[in-house]
Design a protein around this ligand. Structure first.
Ligand SMILES: [Fe+2]
Ligand SMILES: [Fe+2]
Length: 226
């Protein structure tokens, strides 16, 4: 019996020793995990957009604004806001001035102008005017000033001139939409003439000047839009 106990105790100790050796061996084994897995994940710095990227963004934005305003104009005519419809068409023509100029600079920089035209969300004319005004405010106070600063830093004159002119014109569009929103009844009735600068996209109701107050383009070249 004593011998049996000794054998059992010996077996237990032997098993524990084998298990311990296996564990120790395991701890010494090289771990086949790439070192990068233990590295602190690198914080991805935001990639700064290039001026060419910004031109593409502006080209896409202006192309969509053009499409949106033409649909808004149709809706305004349907609702009897003829003057607002004319404003939308004039602004649409101005956005065309902008996207054509951006396209020209994109090509000069070796790019291909690309736009993804989304189906416009059309609501009441009052809501459409508000949406249009907000878009113009964003472009004139945030987007174009940022794009202009980058283009100036990059010393790409064609782009900085295009951004500066477009930004100023968007400010004028915003104020016209604001006027319409402030007195919507006054924008009912028939269509009326607006005048669009073919160089900077300025829009005016009365072109009582010899040259565009924003860019110096001759009044003679202004486009009449109704
Ligand atoms: Fe605009
Ligand atoms: Fe102009």
């Amino acid at each position: 019996m004593k011998n049996l106990n000794k054998i059992l105790i010996g077996t237990v100790f032997f098993s524990l020793a084998v298990a311990f050796c296996a564990y120790a061996e395991e701890m010494k084994m090289p771990v086949n995990v790439p070192a990068s897995a233990f590295a602190t994940p690198a914080v991805q710095a935001p990639v700064e957009k290039t001026t060419l990227d910004n031109l593409q963004t502006a080209f896409n934005g202006e192309s969509n604004a053009n499409a949106r305003y033409l649909v808004f104009a149709k809706k305004a005519d349907e609702e009897g806001y003829g003057r607002a419809a004319s404003l939308f068409r004039a602004a649409a023509r101005a956005e065309q001035v902008h996207f054509e100029r951006h396209a020209k600079v994109i090509k000069e920089l070796g790019g291909v102008p690309t736009a993804n035209i989304e189906t416009p969300v059309v609501k009441s004319t009052q809501e459409n005017l508000k949406a249009a005004m907000e878009g113009e405010i964003y472009e004139s106070t945030v987007m174009y000033p940022e794009f202009l600063a980058k283009a100036e830093k990059d010393n790409i004159k064609g782009a900085s001139d295009a951004f500066e002119d477009a930004g100023r014109a968007e400010g004028v569009h915003a104020s016209l939409y604001k006027q319409a929103l402030g007195n919507l009844k006054g924008w009912k009735g028939g269509n009326k003439d607006f005048y669009v600068c073919p160089f900077c996209g300025n829009v005016v109701e009365k072109a009582l000047f010899k040259v565009c107050p924003l860019c110096g383009e001759s009044r003679k070249n202004f486009i009449t839009v109704q």
